[in-house]
Design a protein around this ligand. Sequence first.
Ligand code: AR6
Length: 174
Amino acid sequence: MNAGARRLRVVYGDITRLEVDAIVNAANSTLLGGGGVDGTIHRAAGPELLAECRTLGGCSPGQSKLTRGYRLPARWVIHTVGPVWRGGGEREDEVLASSYRTALALAADKRLATVAFPAISCGVYGFPIPRACRIAVREIEAFLASSPHPARVDLVAFDEAVRREYAALLPGSV
Ligand code: AR6
């Protein structure tokens, strides 16, 4: 296992409960909330989060923006917009990879130590889960290999399909 892989682990459950420096939100390009993990994060953070999001002017797919975490245990939320799966011919892989990279770059800029990611695009946006999980692990490991920040990244598995995939990709990290 390389140095990057040791800093990556898999955790289960609700990302809004984690005591990390930043949680990543699988948002849509309005950044004004929605269902899935986005809805849960907004409910847990409180209305101040939506008020800050309204000032951001949205976010393009593959890009990420930072807000405070308000009532969350996490101090920061990194909102990223993953791709909607349209069959794989519309640069979905690249856009998803970019979501992970841009979110990690914001965390590194802020010198954050711990960041937790949900499985971006693996719910409402319909990205095939094994393919998305491989991209997530590849991008995070590559980033960690080139940057001391963040010191640790948690991959959060909320559903069984994602849990199985991460367990297969990162045996021993669970
Ligand atoms: N903690 C961790 N992971 C979660 C949680 C949670 N509390 N809840 C769901 N997941 P999705 P997307 C997992 O649909 O596919 C929203 O409406 C879930 O099991 O939340 O990127 C946005 O506003 C799945 O594995 O995000 C956008 O419109 C993963 O999070 C759209 O959905 C992502 O599922 C984004 O779709």
